[in-house]
Write a protein that binds this ligand. Structure first.
Ligand SMILES: NC(=O)c1ccc[n+]([C@@H]2O[C@H](COP(=O)([O-])OP(=O)(O)OC[C@H]3O[C@@H](n4cnc5c(N)ncnc54)[C@H](OP(=O)(O)O)[C@@H]3O)[C@@H](O)[C@H]2O)c1
Length: 193
């Protein structure tokens, strides 16, 4: 909820969930679709791509294909994408700025290092790069998100997708595997018993 409100999305706009097959990405796909957005997603495996399509995306691309950015550009045309929810900004931010529409917004959710960008790309389109951090939310904001998510699950437009599962004693392995993932298929969870 926080991601989409930070991007000030309007129904009918387009969103690219750049890294849609993981825990955050699939939830964004579901919520964005319920908001009335045109949803594009990316995943790195065929299985991940299928799950993205089953969870609200209109179209999916494979971010491990060398020409996938061209395919996205071809799909969205001259106008570009209104909002990009970015899970790996240190790899994608430069491409993201080129994919945006005029006045477009990139929301940085995940990043694992630095990247070089050309600030001029933000001038030409008057675009914005906005970082979000869930841990900066206030108690009141957490209450608001919880109320909206609870309603989504009750009505059915939000259905958490569980990916890999680990017992608590395998937590170190879980951390290792999420960093060197062979392909996400939903939220990684730890089992407490
Ligand atoms: N800012 C915040 O408040 C906040 C909150 C929660 C999480 N996060 C961060 O957000 C990121 C995603 O979290 P998560 O729980 O969804 O992790 P996850 O389940 O491990 O998912 C990672 C996602 O990134 C995708 N990915 C891999 N290579 C990519 C590339 N080159 N371009 C675009 N996407 C790529 C993966 O796709 P494939 O596996 O299919 O290749 C997968 O969809 C993490 O960095 C996490 O630390 C931030």
């Amino acid at each position: 909820m926080h991601l989409l409100s930070s991007a000030r999305v309007k129904a009918g706009e387009s969103v690219l969930v750049h890294g849609a097959s993981g825990g955050v990405g699939l939830a964004v796909c579901q919520i964005a679709r319920a908001y009335g957005l045109k949803v594009l997603g990316t995943a790195g495996t065929g299985e991940g791509q299928n799950i993205v399509l089953q969870n609200g995306a209109h179209e999916v691309f494979n971010h491990r294909e060398h020409n996938y950015i061209d395919k996205i550009k071809k799909s969205v045309g001259e106008k570009g994408i209104d909002v990009i929810i970015e899970m790996l900004a240190n790899v994608n931010l430069n491409n993201d700025l080129n994919l945006l529409s005029r006045g477009g917004r990139v929301i940085v959710v995940g990043s694992r290092g630095p990247i070089e960008i050309n600030p001029r790309d933000t001038m030409t389109k008057e675009s914005s790069i906005i970082g979000v951090a869930l841990y900066s939310s206030t108690k009141e904001e957490f209450r608001q998100y919880a109320a909206a998510l609870q309603a989504g699950m009750e009505i059915g437009w939000l259905k958490p997708v569980i990916g890999s599962q680990y017992s608590l004693e395998k937590v170190a392995q879980a951390h290792e595997n999420i960093i060197h993932s062979s392909g996400a298929t939903g939220k990684m969870i730890l089992l407490l018993e």
